[in-house]
Ligand binder design. Sequence first.
Ligand code: SAM
Length: 237
Amino acid sequence: MSIAVVGVEPHERFPGVYVVKFEDGSEKLATRNLVPGHKVYGEQLVKWEGVEYRIWNPYRSKLAAAILKGIKVMPIREGMRVLYLGAASGTTASHVSDIIGPRGIVYAVEFAPRVMREFIERCGVRGNMIPILADAQFPALYRAVVTEVDVVYADIAQPFQSKILADNSDAFLNEEGWAMIAIKAMSIDVTQEPSETYRREINTLKERKFEINDVVHLEPFDEAHAFVVAQRVRETR
Ligand code: SAM
């Protein structure tokens, strides 16, 4: 039997993110469901004062984990355009879709066809998500589809992920736009200590004109992961 909901409050710092309070005193992150009645990854749906929310699982989504680990900045807001690299079957990207709402767009890039099929089955009803079957290493492939974006989000667990993020930012990110990146140390390079990989990836972002806003480690929700938020530095002429 599910535990009764006794309240839903906006997150104290991040608009579009909510905290659901349960009868037993527990609290969970949530987003307002853009498509009421539809689940994406088996998440719990809860209703409060006529509005439906989707519980946001930090063990399944690194962005939820980063919020619970106290990241200082979470730049995604209502109406924004987000280029999401490594959308997989849409777990985190669907919560981004909830936050940006019907006026925003998530361009969801994924290169594995089977995974992209699942994405379309799960997120096809979401009118603000555009699936793009492509390798994020080659942003020119989707130049005809993607417009200027406010945020580039990368979770592709590839070597030199920050370079891929920066190449996509050169192509699509607006001046002073944001980068968000989940760095999975072990799968990026098994021969290095996690901290070395983090340092290398963060240095790449700095070299590519990003100012680092915050870095959090995602344990216990995710092992050997860091989550970085950075902002493009305006060019001075
Ligand atoms: N971000 C997802 C979430 O939180 O719901 C999980 C992403 S999973 C860790 C990484 C995904 O990136 C995989 O689905 C993989 O197929 C995809 N991927 C890896 N390299 C890629 C590339 N170069 N271009 C596009 N997708 C890529």
